[in-house]
Write a protein that binds this ligand. Sequence first.
Ligand SMILES: *[C@@H]1O[C@H](CO)[C@@H](O)[C@H](O)[C@H]1NC(C)=O
Ligand SMILES: *[C@@H]1O[C@H](CO)[C@@H](O)[C@H](O)[C@H]1NC(C)=O
Ligand SMILES: *[C@@H]1O[C@H](CO)[C@@H](O)[C@H](O)[C@H]1NC(C)=O
Ligand SMILES: *[C@@H]1O[C@H](CO)[C@@H](O)[C@H](O)[C@H]1NC(C)=O
Ligand SMILES: *[C@@H]1O[C@H](CO)[C@@H](O)[C@H](O)[C@H]1NC(C)=O
Length: 453
Amino acid sequence: MAPFDGTGAFLMMVTLLPAKLLLISLLAHEATIASPAPSSNNNMVANAVLEDPEFTDVIENITVPAGRNVKLACSVKNLGSYKVAWMHFEQSAILTVHNHVITRNPRISVTHDKHDKHKTWFLHITNVQEEDKGRYMCQINTVTAKTQFGYLHVVVPPNIDDSVSSSDVIVREGANVTLRCKATGSPPPAIKWKRDNSSKIAVSRNNSAVVEWEGDVLTLSKVSRHDMGAYLCIAINGVPPSVSKRIKVSVDFPPMISIPHQLVGIPVGYNVTLECVVEAHPTSLNYWTRDNDQMIHDSVKYKTDTVSDSPSYRSVMRLHIADVQHSDYGMYKCIAKNPRGENEGNIRLYSSSPPTTIPPSTTETITTTLASTRVYESPFGLSTMTANHFDKGIRYQSDYNQIDRSEHKSSETKSNRDRSVDDATGASGATTPIVRWTTGFALIVHILLRLHQ
Ligand SMILES: *[C@@H]1O[C@H](CO)[C@@H](O)[C@H](O)[C@H]1NC(C)=O
Ligand SMILES: *[C@@H]1O[C@H](CO)[C@@H](O)[C@H](O)[C@H]1NC(C)=O
Ligand SMILES: *[C@@H]1O[C@H](CO)[C@@H](O)[C@H](O)[C@H]1NC(C)=O
Ligand SMILES: *[C@@H]1O[C@H](CO)[C@@H](O)[C@H](O)[C@H]1NC(C)=O
Ligand SMILES: *[C@@H]1O[C@H](CO)[C@@H](O)[C@H](O)[C@H]1NC(C)=O
């Protein structure tokens, strides 16, 4: 950087900024005339009185977010007819000299506080930009120039550049996915990734799952349906506000069907519900057929529906058959199709014998049976289901007659029965069926007892 020492310094700066030639020359000329030449001292008294100018304070370093206005202060005493100039060191630019603004940057101005005992020269920068950052010099044009520095740090909150960052992606199961996120800001932001649901991220490199991943690039190799969901890339550089971008990863795969109960026994005259659990993405088109491959349509006899489950790619197809007759026994097919493929599952409905006659004295038993039946009618409101119901339900379902026997047995003595209820709802008894449910193999067939008076 050229020193600012009298005319020579000004001329050196002129070579740096030729466009300012005229103005600088004028200022230099003015400075040469105005400043007393310290070497030529024909007046001893004047020389003794004139002290050299000095800085009276350091220039404060400033950190400011882009967009704000700032002022840098340079305090000088005994300036006399010397001049104060502001410069930007890294840009080699003279910004101001005395009261004149030299730079063409319209955001820069200079003021001078005459009444201040420490005569202070303020460099004002409005709407600070990142390019304004750097070392600012305040210089006095004494023979050996006096200079001091202050730093302007401009911070910029992070901003995610969408044009070079990933947007929502759809991939086939088993493929590799690379998500990118680029952010600008000052200081440069760090990028981290999280899943929407705080689920773990299956990072490829390690075969391990992490809650958070750092880096511009997130690679998921051999994605599975479990990797489906929203990923958040978060850019942070310590300057608020942090920003994030949501990138949805959809994993497509052909329908997969699992059937909790492939053999369903039901007596004539009862209602029954057959269920198939379907996993598919995108959502599959589902329907039921009988042996003849004829599609089953809703009617008095049949009602079909599909209930969403969790995770979102899982659903349960249901076929309700009312008032089962001999002609209804046989094979049923649940079929699911999506653009990735199709799949089907078979359920055989067979005739089982109705429950043995309920002894007239066992009113209690009937009440209990009704209670559990009511629960099974809405299998998805499981929060209210107790282990006791569940346990009975499974036996009930797997062998229609056995449940009856077990009901008789448990109603033999009141105390005995109470104990069995307590056992079933105890901590261990209560958790097991719930786990079984969440893995998708819960009670599927609902048998609605028709009670004839
Ligand atoms: C300003 O920062 C520089 C280095 O970044 C340091 O050397 C200097 O002492 C600082 N000045 C003040 C007044 O804090
Ligand atoms: C996915 O990435 C793994 C390495 O991580 C590589 O071995 C495999 O070939 C890639 N698969 C595809 C389909 O690009
Ligand atoms: C979030 O994760 C929990 C388990 O960690 C899961 O039960 C829930 O369904 C998830 N929610 C969404 C919206 O994915
Ligand atoms: C790999 O896993 C180990 C622990 O299982 C962990 O310490 C390490 O940081 C992981 N490396 C990468 C690249 O994720
Ligand atoms: C059987 O299903 C039919 C038709 O959905 C219904 O009207 C009837 O009430 C059901 N019977 C029982 C016992 O739930």
